[in-house]
Each structure stands twice: as C-alpha cells, then as structure tokens.
Design a protein around this ligand. Structure first.
Ligand SMILES: Cc1ncc(COP(=O)(O)O)c(C=O)c1O
Length: 407
C-alpha cells in the first residue's frame, strides 16, 4: 500500500530535462532561465511584471520593503494563514493586527478587515495602518473588490498572499486573475513543492507598477544597481573619459540575497507550462471529494465555497466536528496515518503562536478558532486518482464510524 501524503509535487521527465539542461549550461544562478520564468509567469497571471525570488517568504518580505513599510506601521493579517504572512511585517519592524476569518472558508472578508482596522486604531493610536495582506487560503480568492473598497477608503495598500492560489481567479474578468493585481500593489507566490507548481524553493512577486518592480529587483540582490543612469558617485563610477568603470556597481539601499537560481526557475518554467493540467486534475479530485462526502454530513462537511471567482485548489480541507464524532483530531490523524494516509492541519491561527502571544497578549478570533477546530487537510495532489480519494474516505468513514460510502 503506497503512502498518500497530503500534498506533493508532480515531477515528470520534461522537468528533469529542463533542470539537467541548466546543469549542463553556463549559468547556475541568475541567468536566462530566471528571466524566461519571470516573463512566462507575468504573462500567465496577467501582470506586467513578475520578479522571481528565493521563497514565498522572501517574496512577502520584499513586498514589505518595496512599500517602505516599517516601524510605526501596522499590517492587517488574517489569523488563518501560515506564519510567514505575519512575519513579513515583523521583519521590517512593523506591527501586526490579526483579522478574523469566515469560519466556513477561512477567508478574511471586508467586514473582518474593517473590524481589524478599528481594532488597530484602538490598540496602536499613534501608528498608521498601511498594509493589509489578504490570503487566498486553500486556493480560493478573497473578495478582493470588497476588500479594496475598504482599503482605498482607509488609504491602505493590499498585498495579496497568493501562495495557495496560482492560476485562480478573484472574479470573472481576465484582469481578475490572481496575480494580475487589479486591486493590490503586489501579489506573492511560493514554489514550495506542495504548492501548485514546484520550484524546490522559490517565490515570485507580481505587480503592475514598474517602479515597484525595479525596486524588487534591486532588493533581491543586496540593494545593488548596475544602471549607470542611477549612479550617484560619479568620480568612482566613471573613468577620465566619462566611460562607466566596467566593474562598477552601487549599493543604493539595504537589500538581501533573495535571488532565485536558474535551476529553480528552469523547474518553475517547466512546471508552469503544466499549470492548467495540474489545476484541472486537482479540481476534478475536489469535485469527487465534495460529492463523496455528502453521506458524511453533518459530522464532516467540505470547506465552504467563497461564492466568487474560480478557485485553483491547493488543499482539500474537510471540516470535521470531532466532538460530535467522539474522536480527537490527533487520533483521527494517527489512525489515517496507520492506514497510509497523510493529513495536515492548516493552520493554528497565527495570533495563537507563542511569539505573537508574547508580543500582543492573548487575543480571540472566533471565526478563525471555529475553522481551526474542525479543519483537516486530506490528500490532494495532481498525481492522485479518484480511487485514491475513495480510499481516503473509506478510511475516514471507518475511523469516524460513518458509513464510509464514497461514491
Ligand atoms: C499562505 C502562505 N504564505 C507564505 C508561505 C511561504 O512560502 P515559502 O514556503 O515558499 O517561503 C506559504 C508556504 O507554506 C504559505 O502557505
């Protein structure tokens, strides 16, 4: 019996060939594969600019830096996300106020954003709320138009954490593609292997703003520029004939080594070509899960649907009333594991993490707590078959004492 993890990459011969070609070539790090990947990514999501970097976490950090976000500023972050979303604000010395989420979907809605902004003004009366980070959890888009109405009224920039949602849509129009940044300053993506496309480690920031894109490119490479038109130290920069010194570059701000390598980008580009197929495969499996879960109601319900846009499913989350089932989540996970089925919980609300409790005290967000109490991510990846889904649900049914009927 093969072990079925909750998520994994699908690597084919074409991916291996793409990475091998880089290994045989002249560039291992920033070379032609980076630019080719960036061009293809920008085109796929409908943004003028895409900047590749070393991880989704780096992408979020770069986005904060590009907006000049820092001490005395506040970011609104939904509690239901991976810690990296909130950490990005802390990296630049800003503070975080956590927003609640819809218990059926885990998504931050406009009312949650409004409440969190009001809360931020109460807790930090002298700070400025400058950024909100909607998270397209599990591959479903937040209500970006609704969030933007509030953000615009408050003068807040939106930075989308789209690490779960490459290929999804926030609405019906082409410019609603996630990553096109119709309502946001930037969108950030991850190439971690459980995500829809794998780079190994990797990330991307997309934007419509050329100045932001240029800043992101600088910040991912130490804050260094090689554009002679930007050089400020003329005596060092130019020789006696007014020619640029060939070796010369200037560090104009404090950046990082957040570069993506050609190896990672070659894999990313090869995977991106198959994105539609991956999304369709995941969508079919989610459809099968949702149908086959019907007999498990009311103990088990599939995740609520956002009701706008088109998801690009990253995770399949079942909401399980463990109290009513008379079994703990941990025991359920252990018994599924014994049957060769991997599961995970996404996520402990970030406001409950010790680091954030130590900084902001104990806070309670009922929607996030209700979602967390019931969420269990069941296996979902492009290589799975409908028989695998049936196997998961038969096992779950046996463990929860349900009928386990899966067709
Ligand atoms: C919502 C979310 N944001 C950010 C990240 C960070 O991405 P990475 O692991 O590529 O740094 C992840 C990855 O797990 C994520 O799920």
């Amino acid at each position: 019996m093969t072990f079925l993890p909750y998520g994994r990459q699908q690597i084919d011969d074409d991916d291996i060939a793409a990475v091998t070609a880089v290994l045989r070539g002249d560039w291992l790090t920033t070379g032609p594969a980076v630019e080719a990947f960036e061009r293809a990514f920008a085109e796929r999501v409908g943004a003028p600019y895409a900047v590749a970097c070393s991880s989704g976490t780096a992408a979020l950090h770069l986005a904060m830096l590009a907006l000049g976000f820092g001490p005395g500023d506040i970011a609104i972050v939904p509690a239901l996300t991976f810690v990296a979303t909130a950490n990005a604000a802390r990296y630049v010395g800003a503070d975080v106020v956590f927003a609640d989420v819809e218990p059926a979907t885990g998504l931050m809605g406009p009312a949650h954003l409004s409440d969190a902004i009001a809360q931020a003004h109460r807790i930090f009366p002298t700070s400025r709320v400058r950024i909100a980070l909607p998270v397209h959890l599990n591959g479903q888009a937040c209500d970006m138009a609704g969030l933007a109405r509030i953000a615009d009224a408050e003068g807040i920039a939106l930075v989308e954490d789209a690490c779960h949602a490459l290929g999804g849509m926030a609405g019906a129009a082409p410019e609603d593609r996630i990553g096109a940044c119709r309502h946001s300053a930037m969108a950030t993506f991850s190439g971690h292997p459980v995500k829809t496309i794998a780079m190994g480690e990797g990330g991307v920031v997309t934007t419509r703003d050329g100045a932001i894109a240029a800043k992101l490119l600088r910040l991912r490479a130490h804050g260094i520029t090689r554009e002679s038109s930007r050089f400020t130290e003329r005596v060092q920069a130019f020789d006696g004939d007014g020619q640029v010194n060939a070796w010369y570059h200037e560090q104009v701000e404090l950046g990082f080594n957040y570069r993506a390598s050609d190896l990672h980008c070659a894999l990313g580009l090869s995977q991106l070509k198959k994105l539609d197929r991956f999304i369709a495969a995941r969508d079919r499996l989610v459809g099968h899960y949702r149908k086959a879960l019907a007999p498990f109601a009311p103990i088990v319900r599939p995740l609520g649907l956002a009701g706008h846009g088109t998801p690009a499913w990253h995770l399949f989350v079942a909401l399980i009333n463990f109290d009513a089932a008379g079994i703990s989540r941990n025991t359920t996970m252990a018994r599924l594991k014994a049957k060769g089925i991997g599961t995970q919980v996404h996520y402990l609300p970030v406001n409950r993490q010790p680091y954030y409790r130590a900084r902001y005290g104990v806070t309670t967000l009922p929607g996030a707590d209700a979602y967390y109490a019931q969420a269990l991510s069941l296996p979902l990846h492009a290589e799975m078959t409908e028989n695998d889904v049936d196997r998961v649900l038969v096992a779950l049914g046996e463990i929860l004492g349900q009928s386990g009927r899966s067709t």
